[in-house]
Design a protein around this ligand. Sequence first.
Ligand code: SAH
Length: 393
Amino acid sequence: MKVIKLREGKERSLLRRHPWVFEGSIAKGKADFGETVRVESAGGDFLCWAAYSPSSSIKVRAWSWDETERVDEAFFARRIAAALAYRERLAVDSNGVRLIHGEADGLPGLIVDRYDDLLVAQFLAAGTEKWKGVIADALLAATGLTRLYERSDSGVRQLEGLTPVKGWVRGEGNTEVILTESSWKLSLDVAEGHKTGYYLDQRDNRREFAQWVRRLGAQSVLNCYSYTGGFSIAALAGGATDVTSVDSSGPALARATRHVELNGFNPDHHRALDADVNATLRGFLKEGRQFDAIVLDPPKFAPSAAHADRASRAYKDINRLGLKLLKPGGLLCTYSCSGGVGPELFHKIVAGAGMDAFVDAYIVDRVGAAADHPQTLCFPEGEYLKGLLVMRR
Ligand code: SAH
């Protein structure tokens, strides 16, 4: 077993059970791609068992802090069983559930979503890549399912020196799935959709949006960055009669249009706009349009804290426009999935947007990702999605 020895004082974050060790913290030691290593303090004390990533600046990702534990087939079976047990207790009201959420489930670099009878996984780090076959078999054994599709076509794999991969790992067949969420039907294609196919993390927020639309009697709704129209279906379910989905992806919008009919809503109540959100918001402002409710759910503007400044300006801009386009008493549901922009900064950005727009608003809720995308006390980086629901005064 190869040993990775840390520099003096660099054991602190591992002792707090934070699972990453950066290149600069390592005094000596090297290992092969994804190899299990023993990480020790400068004084030679055991810290954790970990996977080694030769190409990444995150050189080490911890598997276990228990010196007696072995990283083998049984280890992965245990971690997967624990993650599944947590989801069972959540009793998620959908056949689309995130089963494994990386570090928060003790499996750094692994994402697994279940879409009905189909599993979709992302293997994003050297450790999970190396154990892919074992993990795949353990996932099928634990869920009783037979099919696992891989969507490791994410940019972060480059940091590990890995190329994008996409395709069946176990089983084969149709990649289309119909999800049920809040009694709505939503279709997706795990081979073609964004990420693993859908944005399960917004599940609770879509449901809450439907409730607000109903409560406020909102009729005109603008859903920006709509993807396949999840928030638009929520708006229609809440009783809205004039819903606009805006996205720059044609295929996503085509699906949004299909979802309106699939759920039995009046197609005349929905419009799909294949356009840039920023330009659309500016255009509506010029036309003097106003809405009862607006959703802003943009892609990640800041992949890391280093991009926070530019991202802040981009968030502020769309939020300023969104607030201006609200009728008095209207609701803005604004989200950020940038890990580099924390909840406090996001709040500040939206407050600044309000200042610039000369609009004040009541904060009616602050939200995050659904609980099947867990955050843990030891891994604050896990908090990425945050949302503010504000009502224009
Ligand atoms: N709210 C969605 C998820 C949104 S993901 C849901 O609940 O499912 C972000 C979306 O923004 C993607 O669909 C992407 O195609 C779209 N997008 C990215 N940049 C855009 C831009 N400049 N204008 C319009 N849409 C954009």
